[in-house]
Design a protein. Sequence first.
Length: 394
Amino acid sequence: MKLSDYPVHTLMEVTARPPIVFVRGAGSWLWDSEGRRYLDFVQGWAVNALGHSPEAVVRALATQAATLINCSPAFYNETSVRLASLISSNSAFDRVFFANSGAEANEGAIKLARKWGSLHKGGAYEIVTFESAFHGRTLATMAASKKPGWDTLFEPKVPGFPTATLNDIDSVARAIGDRTVAVMIEPIQGEAGVMPATTAFLRALRDLTRERDLLLIVDEIQTGIGRTGTLFGYEHAGIRPDIMTLGKGIGGGVPLAALCATDAVSCFAHGDQGGTFNGNPLATAAGCAVMETVLAPGFLEGVTERGRYLAASLARLGARHGLGDVRGQGLLLAIDLRRDIGTKVVEVARDRGLLLNSPRPNALRFMPALNVGFDEIDRMIGTLDEILAELGRE
Ligand code: PLP
């Protein structure tokens, strides 16, 4: 079927979509309705941790769908308890609240910090966030985000999110006041173009927040579940945050997110937090399948190995075409194109059956499946090499 055969105008127009309808996916590959195949280095923006329709997730969903899809979050269900304990026993956090999107998990983190502030810090509610941060698209998470251009959208803003500069600890100290309750940070700012917080900065931030009796919230929606080569991004810095949010990769493509907190901070009273679909058996069964796969011996080492291979391949490509630095960690990487050709590269690549992402006009971001093949990395690099050579000649 062609695009014109589909009533696409019935979808609300919230983004410029290319004229393609995807109908099937397997591993690192997608197929459109006309039978064309695409090598996918976007994977739903780092969502498909194990690639498209991975066997472990498909099997878990099929079994769970035939067993129990939803029994209401007002009851315990087996898979949500199993997933919460898998997260808790492999992280710095004791308790988990499941959500349906990253923004909802972050909204929950903001609520939890404000609740803790009301109980322990005289009603302090401000959460320091960072320039260019991205925390989601609900009203509070848009206010917490510092995406250029968002400051004037959907007024009035939810108050309480003073701004600091990434990797500048003095700017955080300046942003902290009497009403501050927490600092929220992405270990690597993904949407901003893969901008890592340095280890020294994350450690200084942990020290500063402890000294000032503030909560440290890590938004690991993009960096969590093995994306950077450790289960969670904060592990690279050897710190223990108070609150963590997860999304994207945790469901392997199925809508699932999580708000995780230490016992000391888990202060919601009955009725403070909830939601119809939260922690449903179907989504958390997918989450268990993803976590069990990522925790299997050797998997995370494989992510690190693939990340190094991709980074080295990108660095060689960069040297051939006069590009800038490769940044990021594990399989969340970006290359500085040194020119505003990102959109053009993405379009030409798509025409050649390669899906790439350009989060900034001068950068490409790579977030393939965590089990991407080395041959698939070579293939992506080969196509990109040809495209850059052609654009260089223009
Ligand atoms: N936080 C970070 C760091 C993200 O990268 C994203 C999505 O890109 C979100 C929050 C929002 O997640 P969702 O789109 O699932 O609401």
